[in-house]
Design a binder for this molecule. Structure first.
Ligand code: ADP
Ligand code: MG
Length: 224
């Protein structure tokens, strides 16, 4: 059973002139299949928190454990593999590679490790269908709408059936119709495969879709 344990997480940014405390004792526990939304004003540290949960940045203090592994104790090589296998990211601006097709973009986490195996390609095709893009599988990102691009990003995040999906304002650039569609995929697909989901959002509507709703306030998470 997958589990995320975040304990007394702190993050300070030190510049020459000053030190900025962004996270000041964040605690969070999630179990397999659970989701949480996090809201808070711009600049309060939401992306900082997601980056640390995603092992893309290190905390100043406190711990993160995913299935009892502390990723910050791994070597850089081990950490890269751990992140690739266990964590899926969905960002506001999709981060698709413009020269790759829809299918290739979904396969990107596998392409990083060489030629993908046939079962991985099959899974990528299934995910393209699951997000409703079977008619666009050979399109390039420039040939897709904003909502379609974000659906590709959701499919890609799920390729290796990660334990943890992190979404940073995934509907930030979308109209309400696409916000609803992306949100529905995000709250359904990871849960179906037992993944945990953390969604940072400015949209009250998206936040309300989550089973647990939290606010980042003065460096701490509060139940809403
Ligand atoms: P949010 O995602 O909630 O808008 P961020 O996590 O991006 O907020 O940023 C939180 C605060 O930390 C902001 O005040 C930002 O300016 C600051 N910050 C973010 N990254 C850095 C960095 N690398 N160095 C110094 N300050 C940073
Ligand atoms: Mg942010």
């Amino acid at each position: 059973m997958a589990e995320l344990n975040v304990s007394e997480l702190r993050k300070e940014y030190r510049t020459a002139a000053e030190s900025l405390r962004v996270l000041d004792g964040v605690n969070l526990e999630l179990k397999s299949g659970e989701d949480v939304s996090i809201v808070g004003p711009s600049g309060c540290g939401k992306s900082t928190l997601l980056y640390i949960l995603g092992t893309l940045d290190r905390p100043t203090a406190g711990s993160v454990r995913l299935d009892d592994v502390n990723p910050f104790e791994l070597s850089p090589e081990q950490l890269a593999v751990f992140r690739n296998r266990n964590i899926g990211f969905v960002f506001q601006d999709h981060h698709l590679l413009p020269q790759l097709t829809v299918l290739e973009n979904v396969l990107l986490p596998a392409l990083a490790q060489g030629k993908p195996q046939q079962d991985t390609v099959d899974r990528a095709r299934e995910l393209v269908v699951a997000v409703g893009l079977e008619g666009r599988i050979s399109h390039l990102p420039a040939q897709l709408s904003g909502g379609e691009r974000q659906r590709v990003a959701v499919a890609r995040a799920l390729l290796f059936q990660p334990k943890l999906i992190l979404a940073d304002e995934p509907t930030g650039n979308l109209d309400f119709d696409n916000t609803q569609k992306i949100s529905q995929l995000l709250f359904e697909l990871p849960a179906q495969q037992g993944a945990m989901l953390v969604v940072v959002t400015h949209s009250d509507w998206v936040a309300e879709q989550a089973h647990r709703r939290m606010r980042l306030h003065q460096g701490k998470l509060q139940e809403v």
